[in-house]
Design a protein around this ligand. Structure first.
Ligand code: NAD
Length: 487
């Protein structure tokens, strides 16, 4: 039997040693590692399609859109920007410190631990890895045990492509994860539930290790009135944001939908048509729909509909194919707001629709719940958009679409409040895995004597003016400038 603790300790020693050699700070090394991930993906694309199909029932197109393509895009973006990211940024200094120069330089943190989730087992491990490598760190990657084939693939294949002295994969479940958390890391990047996020943060606090927590929650979508042609597009995007990514098992998938009473029936009819077109309507033969990850989650989801008040609110779907772990896209109309389906993250293919007298009430409803990771609003009303932005708080807001914010390298991805903190993607990933070091280089040419004792009233007035910024030029010219004496 492998002693996990021994493996972890040995891995960390090697990673620490590698980091100290300075090799990971070399930008060419970083580029070579990024290129190697790209090569790994290109050479194993068919295998990855097969793994994601067998593990989660993902169609290859979905796998490419949500995982493989996402990572390739991130790598290409990092490769095209890394020279700029690593170059120190010149800082502007107050005139008070003239002559001097300053810069902000990004340095790697050291050894980082990345703990992944199962719903996007490739992108949610490799995408943070791209950031960690770009920033020059050594890494332990701990994929989720609930996607074991993908985890084994990463454990077996990454060492063939990447520098094994600097990047290691450690497989395992809760026990291994807990063991990993006992150690002192320079950064922990965690993707998973809010519940486990708290455990990770508590463990990190013992070592004062900084954490990025990419957590979950209930992401709302607001549906305002739209012209007919826009509504057709909007319902496709809503279906895509609910059932499209991993059958609703997505942190930024729509959890529930808010709509004005008078538009609800039109929206529901349009949604039903869209579901039939996208996925079919025979639960034994649904197409293009991922399966539920395992029996435990399948039963958890079935139990959510077990409450009679919830069951009676189902207006579409509600069938289960236990053998294949498939659940039909299901719509519920006005389930009780205190039922579990409305208080816990659904993470599955149920869409509760809540009707309101006035769509602007949606703001108060959203604010009565923890801050979501993503908020979606289908509206062309610019004033309403302004109100949503000003009066709600969420990791991101997307108007008139769903999910697409995830693939924009120039937008930060992350939560707020219970949906997590810290951000990544593009330059934000680089920053997440870097320390921004302030560097100030002073000259000996002048010395501002009033900064030194012996104190007197004049020096106090001088400092008042100097810190006020307003009269710095004048102050420097008229007062305290003196060539430093050697005494
Ligand atoms: P999870 O929290 O159960 O597991 C995540 C990781 O933590 C796994 O690698 C697991 O091995 C590890 N883990 C589990 N229990 C642990 C414990 N007690 N101590 C230490 N480590 C432990 O989450 P999950 O089931 O993999 O994913 C579902 C959740 O993740 C949902 O809430 C979803 O919203 C969230 N999520 C968030 C994002 C995001 O980017 N914000 C992405 C995907 C999933």
């Amino acid at each position: 039997m492998v002693d996990d603790d021994h493996v972890i300790r040995r891995s960390m020693e090697e990673l620490r040693h590698t980091f100290r050699t300075g090799i990971t700070k070399n930008v060419d090394w970083r580029k070579a590692q990024l290129g190697a991930i790209l090569k790994l993906i290109n050479e194993n694309e068919d295998t990855l399609f097969e793994l994601l199909q067998s593990e989660l029932g993902k169609h290859p197109v979905e796998s490419y859109r949500d995982e493989i393509g996402v990572v390739k895009k991130s790598i290409e973006h990092a490769l095209s920007c890394i020279d700029q990211w690593v170059s120190p940024k010149k800082g502007r200094l107050p005139l008070l410190f003239f002559p001097a120069s300053s810069k902000v330089m990004s340095e790697p943190l050291g050894i980082v631990l990345i703990i992944g989730s199962w719903n996007f087992p490739i992108s949610l491990t490799l995408d943070p890895l791209v950031g960690a490598i770009s920033a020059g760190n050594t890494v332990v990657l701990k994929p989720s045990e609930l996607a074991p084939k993908c985890a084994s693939f990463l454990a077996k294949t990454l060492p063939d492509y990447l520098d094994p002295r600097a990047i290691k994969v450690i497989e395992g479940g809760r026990k291994v994860s807990s063991q990993l958390l006992e150690y002192k890391w320079d950064k922990i990047f965690f993707t998973g539930s809010t519940k486990v996020g708290k455990i990770v943060m508590a463990a990190a606090a013992k070592h004062l290790t900084p954490v990025t927590l990419e957590l979950g929650g209930k992401c709302p979508a607001i549906f305002d009135s739209l012209p007919n042609s826009d509504m057709k597009v909007a319902t496709k995007r809503i279906a895509g944001g609910k059932w499209g990514p991993c059958s609703g098992q997505a942190c930024i998938g729509i959890d529930y939908l808010l709509v004005e009473q008078k538009f609800a029936s039109t929206l529901i009819e349009q949604l039903k048509k869209t579901i039939k077109r996208f996925y079919g309507d025979d639960v034994r033969n649904l197409k293009n729909l991922s399966r539920i990850v395992n029996k435990v989650h399948f039963d958890r989801l079935r139990n959510l509909l077990g409450d009679p008040a919830v069951a009676s609110s189902i207006i579409y779907g509600g069938s289960f194919d236990e053998q294949n772990l498939i659940i039909e896209p299901t719509i519920l109309l006005d389930p009780p707001v205190d039922a579990e389906i409305m208080t816990e993250e659904i993470f599955g293919p149920f869409l509760p629709i809540l009707t309101l007298d006035n769509i602007e009430e949606s703001i108060g409803f959203i604010n009565s719940k923890p801050k979501p990771l993503a908020l979606y609003a289908f509206t062309k009303n610019e004033n309403f958009k302004k109100r949503i932005l000003a009066e709600t708080s969420s990791g991101s807001v997307t108007f008139n679409d769903t999910m697409v914010q995830f693939v924009c390298d120039n937008l930060p991805f992350g939560g707020v409040g219970q949906s997590g903190f810290g951000r990544y993607h593009g330059k934000y990933s680089f920053d997440t895995f870097s320390h921004e070091k302030a560097v100030l280089d002073r000259s000996y040419y002048f010395e501002l004597e009033p900064r030194h004792p012996p104190w007197n009233k004049f020096k106090l007035e001088f400092l008042r003016l100097a810190y006020s910024y307003k009269y710095v030029g004048l102050v420097l010219l008229l007062l305290g400038l003196k060539k430093p004496s050697n005494s």
